[in-house]
Ligand binder design. Structure first.
Ligand code: DGJ
Length: 740
C-alpha cells in the first residue's frame, strides 16, 4: 500500500505522503541507500539519486574498471566492514574458523500488509493490517550460507518507519555474530545537531546538543539497562530547526539493555547513523537453522521541528506500542507510601494512609519496598517474595482487603530481577546470582542480580509473583530494578556463550513481563529502575507508564519531564506530588506548583496525607478532582513544548485535545523577577486558528492565542510584597483553554 517496488531496476520506495525512504540494489548486488526525508513524488526510476563520487587515488574499489564505485563513498543500507568501506559497519558475522568478509547479496523481497511481531521482543504493532505495510528484503551470503532479512515497516498515518534485521544460519556449521545492528542510515551531509537525553540517577534525560563533526559521536549503555545516563533516543536536527519548524530525524531503540547509537562523520562529511545492540561484549553463536532477530529501531522524520518529531513518537507509542487495554482506560491516581514511610510501616499505618488518601479522591494505594522477607532496610531479602509477618501479621491478603474497604485499589512493589546476599533465596541458590564463580561480586545497593538468562529462574519468579497477584487481587505492580549489572556472566552458559549473556538476560525480563501481562491484562504495570533508569520503548510495550525519576522536586521535574517528552508521551510519565522540604533537593516549592508539574503525566502522590493541614487537604482534594476532569486530555492530547527549562527561568508546555476543542497550559517561573517584564504573554500552539476559545474568563480567537499569546497574570512580575502575589520563587499556573 505504501511501498513501491520496481523489479527492473531493483528500487524500493516507502512513502506515505509524509516521508520517503528509497533504496536500491547496487551493481555489486548489495543494497545502496538513495534517500530518506520528506515525502517525494514517486517515479519509476530514482537511479539519479545515486551520486558517484569522483574517484580519488586513495579510495579502494571492487571493480578495476570502475574506480568511482567505491563503498567508501557510496551510501549503503546495511554495510559491512572489510571491503572498500572503512567506516563502522552494521554487520559483522563469520564462521568460527574461516576468515571471510560479509558479502550479503540481494535475493528477493516480500511485502506484508500490516506488521509481523518480532519473536520474543517488544516492538510496535498494528491494530489492523491497513495501518502499515512491511517490506522484507532478503539477502544471502553464499560463503557463510546465511540469510539476512532487513525489515522495514512504514506506518500509514505517521512519518514513521521502523527497521530491524534478522540473520538465519542456513549452513551446517556455527556462525558467530559480533555485530548485528537494528538499522544503519547513510545521510549525505553532516549539517545536524546531535540532540540526546543524558543524565544520571535523580537527573535523568537532560537535553544535550552538539554539532556533528568529523569522527564518531555516540551515546550508549553497557550497564545491562537502557540507563539513567543515556536514553536510547537520538535526534539529528538541522541547525536552523526549532521546536516547531525545520527538519529533524528522531531515532529510538525499542530495547532495554546495552545499546549503541552513533553517528560517524567521514572525511567527505557524510554521516552514518548506526543503532543497535552494543557490540562491545556481544557475541552470539548461531547454530544451524537458528535465527537472530535484532530489536527494532523507530525512525521519525519531522519537517515540523522537535515538537513534530515528538508528536509522531507519542502518537505511535499510544496507538502502536503500549498494551491495548491501556490505550483508552484511565490510569488511577495513586498514592505511594515510599517517601511517606520508607521501610518503617505496619498494617495500621498503611491502612490509615490509604483511608486518608481515599477521602481525598485518590484511587490506588501502592505499597512500595519493604513488605517482604525481613526487609527493614536495603541490605536484605530481595528474592524472598513472601510477606514480612512482623510488619503485616495478618498477611498481604488482609492488607489488600482492608485497602479495598477504604475504596482504593491495591498495588505492590517488586524488584523481580534482584537477589540480596542476605536472603533465603541466596542461601539456597547462590549460583542464581549473576557473577563469576570464585571471583568476588560487586554489590550495588547491597544487592546482586538474578540470572534472568536462565529460564528456570524466570519461571521461579513468575510463580512467586503470580501467586501473590492472584491472592491479593492486585491492580498494579511497580517493577523496580535498582542496580546495573557487573560481572556479567551466567553460571550455565559456556565460556564461548558468555557474549550472549546481556541479551539473554533482557529476553528473560521480557518473557516474564509477557507472561504476567498476558495472564493479568487488567493489572497496570509501572516500570522503574531506581527512578528513570529504564525509561525506554521496550519497557513501554509492557508497562504503559514508568517512574520518571526518584527526584520528585517540582523544579527538577520540569527539566526531567521536558526532556522525557522528546520521545515519550506525557501519559507514560509517573509524576507525583511529594512533601516539602523535598527529599532529594530539600527545596520548598508551593503545593500548587508541585501539582501543576505533576498533572502533565500520570498523576499521583508520594507523601503522608496524615501530616497534611486542613488547608492542604482541601487543595489536594481540588487537585485530584481537577486531574480526573482532565486526564483524558492528558492521555489523548497532542503535547507541545513552549518554553524550555534548559534555556531560561521559565518553562511552558501545553496539551491540546485531538479535536482542538480544549487545552491545558502549564506555565512555570522558577525564580521570581522583581519588577519584571510587562505585557508578558505566552504564545500557545496547536489550536484552531479560527475558533473562539475562552481562557481566564476572556474570549480569544485561536490565532490570537498563538500569535499574540495568552496574557500572563501580572502577579508573576510584581515588584514588592504587595504586587508579587504569587509569593516569590517557584510559581506556576495551569490555564484551561476551552473553545466556545
Ligand atoms: C527506587 C524507586 O525509584 C523508588 O521509587 C522506590 O521504589 C525505591 N527504589 C524502593 O527501594
Amino acid at each position: 500500500m505504501f511501498i513501491y517496488t520496481n523489479q527492473e531496476n531493483n528500487q524500493f520506495h516507502l512513502t506515505n505522503g509524509k516521508v520517503s525512504y528509497i533504496f536500491h540494489v547496487m551493481k555489486n548486488g548489495q543494497l545502496g541507500h538513495l534517500y530518506y526525508g520528506k515525502a517525494l513524488r514517486h517515479r519509476s526510476d530514482f537511479s539519479h539519486l545515486q551520486t558517484y563520487d569522483v574517484p580519488t587515488p586513495a579510495s579502494c574499489h571492487p571493480y578495476e574498471d570502475d574506480p568511482a564505485f567505491s563503498l567508501e563513498t557510496l551510501r549503503q543500507e546495511y554495510p559491512a566492514y572489510g571491503n572498500s568501506d572503512f567506516r563502522e559497519p552494521a554487520i559483522s558475522v563469520g564462521k568460527e574458523d574461516v576468515p571471510h568478509v560479509p558479502n550479503f547479496i540481494y535475493d528477493s523481497f516480500k511485502i506484508v500488509e500490516g506488521k509481523p511481531r518480532l519473536e520474543g521482543l517488544p516492538s510496535t504493532y498494528v491494530n489492523d493490517d491497513e495501518e502499515a505495510s512491511t517490506l522484507q528484503i532478503v539477502l544471502r551470503d553464499q560463503f557463510l550460507q546465511a540469510e539476512l532479512t532487513l525489515h522495514y515497516t512504514i506506518f500509514r498515518d505517521q512519518p514513521v518507519i521502523t527497521r530491524s534485521a534478522s540473520l538465519k544460519n542456513e549452513g551446517t556449521g556455527n556462525l558467530v555474530i559480533d555485530r548485528l545492528m537494528g538499522a544503519s542510515v547513510d545521510l549525505p551531509d553532516k549539517e545536524f545537531i546531535f540532540t540526546h537525553l543524558a543524565g544520571t540517577w535523580s537527573r535523568e534525560r537532560q537535553v544535550k546538543e552538539r554539532s556533528l563533526e568529523m569522527g564518531i559521536q555516540s551515546i550508549s549503555s553497557l550497564r545491562g539497562a537502557s540507563s539513567h545516563h543515556h536514553n536510547p533516543f537520538l535526534a539529528l536536527k538541522r541547525p536552523a530547526a526549532t521546536e516547531d519548524t525545520g527538519e529533524v530525524y528522531g531515532f529510538n531503540f525499542v530495547y532495554s539493555s546495552n545499546f549503541l547509537m552513533q553517528v560517524e562523520v567521514d572525511h567527505y562529511d557524510m554521516a552514518r547513523l548506526t543503532v543497535g545492540i552494543h557490540p562491545m561484549g556481544f557475541k552470539w553463536n548461531l547454530q544451524p537453522a537458528e535465527s537472530f532477530q535484532t530489536p527494532e529501531v523507530v525512525m521519525v522524520y519531522s519537517d515540523q521541528g522537535l515538537n513534530g518529531m515528538s508528536q509522531a513518537f507519542h502518537t505511535l507509542y499510544r496507538q502502536h506500542l503500549i498494551p491495548k487495554q491501556w490505550k483508552t482506560e484511565d490510569r488511577p491516581i495513586l498514592i505511594n507510601n515510599w517517601e511517606a514511610t520508607y521501610f518503617d510501616f505496619n498494617e495500621e499505618k498503611l491502612v490509615d494512609i490509604a483511608r486518608s488518601a481515599s477521602e481525598l479522591g485518590i484511587e490506588l494505594f501502592v505499597l512500595d519496598d519493604g513488605w517482604f522477607g525481613k526487609r527493614n532496610d536495603d541490605t536484605s531479602s530481595l528474592g524472598d517474595w513472601h510477606v514480612d509477618f512482623d510488619k503485616l501479621p495478618d498477611g498481604l491478603e488482609s492488607l489488600a482487603a482492608k485497602i479495598s474497604e477504604t475504596g482504593m485499589k491495591f498495588g505492590l512493589w517488586f524488584e523481580p530481577e534482584m537477589i540480596s546476599p542476605n536472603s533465603e533465596l541466596f542461601r539456597e541458590h547462590p549460583d542464581w546470582a549473576v557473577g563469576v564463580p570464585g571471583q568476588s561480586y560487586t554489590l550495588g545497593r547491597n544487592q546482586l542480580v538474578l540470572d534472568f538468562s536462565r529460564p528456570e529462574i524466570v519461571d521461579y519468579i513468575y510463580e512467586k509473583m503470580s501467586d501473590i497477584m492472584k491472592r491479593t487481587n492486585l491492580s498494579y505492580i511497580k517493577w523496580d530494578m535498582n542496580r546495573n549489572i557487573t560481572e556479567a556472566f551466567s553460571q550455565v552458559l559456556s565460556a564461548r556463550q558468555q557474549g550472549e549473556f546481556f541479551h539473554r538476560y533482557i529476553l528473560g525480563v521480557y518473557r516474564l513481563y509477557e507472561r504476567l501481562t498476558s495472564e493479568f491484562p487488567h493489572v497496570l504495570f509501572e516500570s522503574c529502575a531506581g527512578g528513570g533508569g529504564r525509561f525506554d520503548p521496550g519497557m513501554m510495550y509492557y508497562a504503559p507508564q514508568a517512574w520518571t525519576s526518584d527526584d520528585t522536586d517540582a523544579v527538577e521535574r520540569l527539566k526531567i519531564q521536558y526532556g522525557t517528552s522528546f520521545a515519550y508521551p506525557i501519559y507514560s510519565m509517573g509524576s507525583h506530588v511529594s512533601a516539602v522540604p523535598n527529599h532529594q533537593t530539600l527545596r520548598e516549592t508551593p503545593l500548587s506548583t508541585r501539582a501543576n508539574t505533576a498533572y502533565f503525566g500520570t498523576f499521583g502522590y508520594e507523601l503522608n496525607p496524615l501530616l497534611l493541614s486542613e488547608e492542604e487537604r482541601e487543595e489536594i482534594e481540588e487537585q485530584v478532582a481537577f486531574y480526573k476532569q482532565h486526564r483524558s486530555l492528558i492521555r489523548d492530547g497532542q503535547f507541545y513544548r513552549l518554553l524550555s527549562p534548559f534555556e531560561g527561568n521559565e518553562t511552558a508546555w501545553m496539551v491540546v485535545s485531538p479535536d482542538q476543542s480544549e487545552a491545558l497550559v502549564g506555565y512555570y517561573k522558577v525564580l521570581a523577577t522583581p519588577n519584571g517584564r510587562k505585557h508578558q504573554t505566552l504564545r500557545l500552539s496547536g489550536l484552531d486558528e479560527g475558533r473562539i476559545y475562552q481562557a481566564e474568563g476572556r474570549d480569544y480567537y485561536g490565532d490570537e492565542l498563538m500569535q499574540v499569546g495568552l496574557p500572563l497574570p501580572t502577579e508573576f512580575n510584581g515588584a514588592n510584597s504587595k504586587q508579587a502575589l504569587r509569593g516569590g520563587d517557584f510559581q506556576s499556573e495551569v490555564f484551561y483553554v476551552k473553545s466556545r
